[in-house]
Design a protein around this ligand. Structure first.
Ligand SMILES: [Zn+2]
Length: 285
């Protein structure tokens, strides 16, 4: 009898533990034909191409601001140790993108649209999450299952020549619809989730990321079109972040230094009109 009750208690314990065992969702990179090193190589070479096509802002104060935010997030374990870099594109459309292996870009229009530092950090965390989860090369791998193995094997053996050049020959570009930069809703949901964890870890209010995305989408218009065509809304962003909060440190969370942010916003507002880029304002092939 006593034994049976003990068994019953144990059963209740197992059931209760089961309810909580669901825990935070595990996030790992999916199928990929590229190695981590090849992600880094590909992103470095693609960054050189992109920087020929956009206007990289040369403003040490703004660059330092974005780099400081980015480097804090990049140092979290969730960022998976890729060699991140952070640059600002002088372009008034609201956009951000990251290449495999770490090169990350924020448009001046995005800085102008943000309400606080945590919102800027939210976008950076979301982009870092795409890199850490290797979404770009995952998509590229799935889209080129037949051709890629030989290309990657030859490149790995010879370690010379342009990996990006080889990949570009498959018809892969860096434009709005690039397989490297246009994500699925599932990838978006995962990037939000991993970004949320990064933000919480360094003390930014993670809800600000989702709030900013929702605000941008509600604002509509052509200035945000490119961001949402490559980062489609997975739905219920604020609710998803709030649901994740139960697994995260209790805070306190910050929206960042408000006075410094105002100074940054004034500086962005005072920038001259962006010079005409070589081709278009957005990354193209
Ligand atoms: Zn995204």
């Amino acid at each position: 009898m006593r034994l049976r009750r003990r068994n019953a208690n144990a059963l209740v314990l197992v059931l209760v533990a089961g309810l909580f065992a669901q825990g935070p969702r595990q996030l790992r990179p999916g199928f990929n034909l590229f190695s981590r090193d090849q992600d880094i190589q590909l992103g470095r070479e693609a960054a050189i191409e992109i920087e020929k096509q956009v206007v990289v802002l040369n403003d040490p104060e703004l660059e330092a601001y974005v780099r400081r935010i980015g480097e804090r997030l990049a140092a979290t374990p969730e960022a998976a140790g890729f060699p991140y870099s952070f640059k600002i594109v002088h372009d008034t459309s609201v956009n951000a993108f990251a290449l495999p292996g770490g090169p990350t870009y924020l448009h001046t229009g995005l800085l102008a649209a943000a309400d606080n530092e945590a919102q800027v950090a939210g976008v950076v965390a979301h982009e870092i999450a795409h890199v850490a989860l290797r979404h770009g090369t995952n998509q590229l791998s799935k889209a080129n299952l037949i051709q890629l193995p030989a290309i990657l094997a030859i490149w790995a053996a010879e370690r010379k020549g342009s990996l990006w050049g080889q990949v570009a020959q498959l018809g892969v570009g860096l434009g709005v619809n690039s397989v490297l930069l246009k994500y699925s809703r599932d990838a978006e949901r995962d990037a939000d989730l991993l970004g949320t964890r990064m933000m919480a870890r360094v003390g930014y209010d993670p809800v600000e990321m989702a709030r900013f995305f929702e605000k941008l989408e509600a604002s509509g218009g052509s200035r945000v079109l490119q961001f949402f065509s490559s980062h489609p809304n997975p739905g219920n962003r604020v609710k998803a972040v709030q649901a994740e909060l139960q697994y995260l440190p209790a805070g306190p969370y910050t929206k960042g230094d408000a006075r410094e942010f105002e100074r940054i916003k004034r500086r962005v507002a005072a920038l001259p009109e962006p010079p005409k880029p070589m081709k278009t304002a957005s990354p193209q092939r």
